[in-house]
Design a protein around this ligand. Structure first.
Ligand code: FPP
Ligand code: MG
Length: 330
């Protein structure tokens, strides 16, 4: 999938490594650790692939891709603290390998390095867009935390939150691939491409989050490569669960509410985790099927946005990434 941008990805990785290098041995050990859970680096690839697909002037795209990936890493390190997660990409989370204090500070360090790198670019577009995106992403996380255990959550509000916390960075990656480094007097063709590619990223990102939320309820930790059942444990209501709730009878709904109640089941040592109770209590597979249908719809919309671009290996790869979000099991 990433073959059309392999040299750019290599360059992006060496820029990232140089950016997080530190004289402090403790920091060096931690950045090496997060390097080992680098994962698919899809957001970085999107910057480079969109740049290629729209035939942008792309000499600084590896830098932009490195900034996007550093911000993504920072958010994951912080997210694992918020979620109390133990494993990510088959490797111990920073909060598990060290502790919460270290993880908060390391996330700040990574974000600061991204911020610094953005000041070295020839235009302010990336720093402006990514600063706004980080604020949107935090807004999504805050709204999600505020609405924990609220079974009144609608599909529209769920999608709004998922678009903010996940869709926003995908969207910014694609928009920057299309637009960087243009700033003030932008060519209208480039501006139009920016809007279309931003929408492509938002839809793919939203689909990715829906699939992620399905894997959290029906996936297995060994296959997914990270802790599962965490959303239920944290009281986060996700699309598959909202659909299962909507289908349930009154008694089942009461049991579901009780499972999500703070300090209910799962609190005592040896008690089953909430996810086990939820799996027994309601029809999660029907909820997952309905949520996956929505993810398919989003991916179809996203793919249609690629059609006007000239045929190229980069456009094919974007199409494959959109499809991959539906098929991934990890
Ligand atoms: C993963 O969601 C997390 C996000 C998409 C964003 C998290 C963002 C923050 C915690 C804000 C960080 C702010 C700064 C400035 C660095 P998830 O928990 O649903 O997915 P997961 O299963 O991969 O953990
Ligand atoms: Mg998480």
């Amino acid at each position: 999938m990433l073959a059309p941008v392999a040299p750019g990805m290599e360059r992006m990785r060496s820029i990232m490594e140089a950016q997080v290098r530190s004289d402090a041995a403790a920091v060096q050990a931690m950045t090496a650790h997060v390097g080992s859970f680098r994962g698919k680096q899809l957001r970085a690839a999107l910057v480079l692939l969109v740049g290629k697909a729209v035939q942008a002037r792309d000499d600084e795209h590896p830098e932009v891709a490195a900034i996007v990936e550093l911000i993504h890493l920072a958010t994951l390190v912080h997210d694992d603290v918020l979620d109390g997660a133990r494993v990510r990409r088959r490797v111990a989370c920073v909060n598990e390998r060290w502790d919460n204090q270290i993880a908060v500070l390391l996330g700040d360090f990574l974000y600061a390095r991204a911020f610094h790198l953005s000041t070295t670019l020839r235009s302010r577009l990336a720093s402006q867009l990514l600063a706004d995106t980080t604020a949107v992403l935090c807004t999504g996380e805050i709204e999600q935390a505020a609405l924990r255990r609220d079974f009144e959550l609608t599909q529209a509000k769920y999608e709004d939150i998922a678009a903010k916390k996940t869709g926003s960075l995908y969207s910014a990656a694609c928009e920057l691939g299309a637009r960087h480094p243009s700033e003030d007097r932008e060519d209208p063709r480039v501006a139009r491409l920016g809007v279309e590619m931003a929408a492509f990223g938002r839809e793919v990102g939203l689909a990715f989050q829906i699939v992620d939320d399905c894997l959290d309820v029906v996936g297995e930790e060994e296959v997914v490569g990270k802790s599962v059942g965490n959303d239920v444990e944290d009281g986060k209501l996700t699309l598959p669960v909202l659909h299962a709730f909507a289908r349930a009878d009154a008694a089942t709904r009461d049991r579901m509410r009780a499972i999500y109640a703070p300090n209910a089941a799962g609190a005592a040592t040896g008690a089953p985790r909430r996810i086990e109770l939820l799996r027994e209590c309601c029809d999660l597979s029907a909820g997952v099927e309905q949520a996956m249908a929505r993810a398919h719809e989003l991916v179809a919309n996203a793919r249609a946005r690629l059609a006007p671009l000239p045929a190229s290996p980069a456009r094919e790869a974007l199409d494959a990434i959109a499809l991959f979000t539906l098929e991934r099991r990890f």
